[in-house]
Design a protein around this ligand. Structure first.
Ligand code: SF4
Length: 115
C-alpha cells in the first residue's frame, strides 16, 4: 500500500511518500500529510463534465460537482449524468442532480443558458 504521490494542494508540488502505517514524508507542511492520507484512504475528485440541453443555442450545459466525490463513484456518476437533459432557462448553481449516486454531493450548472 505504500505509495509515492505529488501533493496538489499548492504549487510547490512536494513529492510525498506514504508508508503502510500512513506515515508521510516529503511534505513541507501538514496539509501534504493530510492530502496523502486522504488520497490513500478515501480518494476524491471533483467531477466536471457536460449534460445535454434542449437549448436553441447550445447542445450541452457545463456542470460540476459542488464538492469532491469518491473517486470510485465517478463511473456510476457519469452514467447518471448521461441520463439527464436540461431545459432552459438554466442558471449557474442550479442543482442538476441532487445527492449524486448517494454521495451527498450535488451536480450543479456552471453556465447560464436562457433559451
Ligand atoms: S506539502 Fe504543503 S507545501 Fe508541499 S505541496 Fe503540499 S501543501 Fe504545498
Amino acid at each position: 500500500m505504500a505509495r509515492d504521490l505529488t501533493c496538489i494542494i499548492c504549487p510547490r508540488g512536494c513529492h510525498l511518500h506514504i508508508d503502510d502505517n500512513l506515515n508521510v514524508t516529503g511534505n513541507f507542511c501538514p496539509r501534504g500529510a493530510a492530502y496523502a492520507k486522504q488520497e490513500v484512504l478515501d480518494p476524491r475528485r471533483t467531477l466536471t463534465t457536460t449534460v445535454r440541453c434542449k437549448s436553441q443555442l447550445l447542445e450541452v450545459c457545463p456542470v460540476k460537482t459542488n464538492a469532491a466525490m469518491p473517486k470510485d463513484k465517478l463511473f456510476e456518476a457519469m452514467k447518471a449524468v448521461n441520463e439527464v437533459t436540461l431545459t432552459p432557462p438554466v442558471h449557474i448553481g442550479d442543482i442538476v442532480i441532487k445527492d449524486l449516486c448517494g454521495t451527498g454531493v450535488d451536480l450543479v450548472a456552471t453556465r447560464d443558458i436562457e433559451k
